[in-house]
Design a protein around this ligand. Sequence first.
Ligand code: NAD
Length: 466
Amino acid sequence: MSDRYGEFVQSSLGKKVAKSLGLPLPIKLDRFEAGEKVVRGSVLFGSASGDDSSISDAVANVLNNLHAEVYVSDEDAHKEALSGAGIEAKGSKDHAEKYKVLIFDASNISYAPDLKEMYDFFHPVARQVEKSGRVIVIGRPPEECESIGQTLAQRSLEGFVKSVGKEFKNGITSQLIYVSKGAESNIDSTLRFFISARSAYVSGQVVRVGKGNAQDVDWSKPFAGKTVLVTGASRGIGESMARVFARDGAHVICLDIPPQQADLQKVAGEIGGSTLALDITAKDAGEKIAEAAAKRNGLDAIIHNAGVTRDKTLAKMDDKQWSMVIDINLQSIAAINDYLFENNALNENARIVCVSSISGIAGNLGQTNYATSKAGVIGLVQATAKKLKEEDKGITINAVAPGFIETQMTAAIPVAIREAGRRMNSMSQGGLPVDVAETAAWLATPASGGVNGNIVRVCGQSLLGA
Ligand code: NAD
């Protein structure tokens, strides 16, 4: 589905017209391309003063591994930590141009007035962020803080980050990463995702990184030797997921309903994957999935992407429309997971990624069935994450919650509602299937062992449910 307005404002005439009428000005977002650097520009790094340097050290390590060009806001405070990680950082005074990434470690803030340190870091550079730039604040999970002062200070970070996301525009994203004590080294996969172009349409998110079994990966092929099954892989978001996982080294089992077999085979053929023609609501779906995975050394990740809409206001909705949506979008996932758990059909450190929706967070007119199912997916992820943490087999479960993504599903929305959905977010445009796929790939990487129970919106910071 093409965004004609979005294309028009890329031209100089379009830009002029939009500006003079005060219309949204979506920019062309940077997106990841294989072989490109993770950070395409310079990074400004700073931290609040305090005794605990464990998060700053972990960030410095990641930046060093990425060979990033790093500047520091406070030379005295940061140069030493960075040089410990092998980084020759320069002072921000030497930097006249714009930064691609701003990272602030706020973990030491434990007193409301000290939030001013965050203001002092960002204020002077608020107009110095490149297009498709990245703003990242890192803190400690409020629920794990020891004092009221620290809890309120760490909780405050969320309001700051979400406001920056709404203010900076120009495709700039803003995120908050809460890292548990002792889990600092697990930040790697999450930081890489958020500073890269892979997170083009993810903004205003709060992600928790905890303890867990984060594995070392070859970052050029993080899924090498792994088997990933994607449901609903014949088109739309699922097709894009299959392509991204294959690009990153996985063998992908592409699953879709039998009538989609021709399209499914085309996708699988192009990426060297295999196919599984199956309705996920079938009684033996879990068994069929386990059988297909067993032929490929077991399942390292399952992505529950298949889903349907049957929109009608509640008064006009028949019970078939209700039941079908709940069955496909929610009950089938619960039943398949149950089978895989009970039959040990998931490999150690396997990843489960579900697809929810911002409709499940905000609710939506004409979508009581769909929003119920997608809110249920969130409940399923939260309850399963807790169980998996207790079992300690290294398995994780998370969800992506897409907003307006340009697919056949959204092409079917009436034009006025479609245009509103597209523009009512900080990017003033719809996302692409690849944006959801890249997010699922981050959650599913073997390196994301510390990421469990998160619901990550891929919605350009949509106003709905925010
Ligand atoms: P789509 O309709 O293009 O693709 C969905 C795929 O799922 C199809 O290939 C379909 O055949 C398959 N499928 C449906 N029922 C199935 C079943 N019973 N068994 C196996 N496969 C089945 O949709 P999409 O836009 O790519 O959406 C993918 C997922 O993302 C869905 O879960 C959807 O709810 C969710 N989502 C999409 C958007 C969006 O803007 N497109 C927004 C929020 C959430």
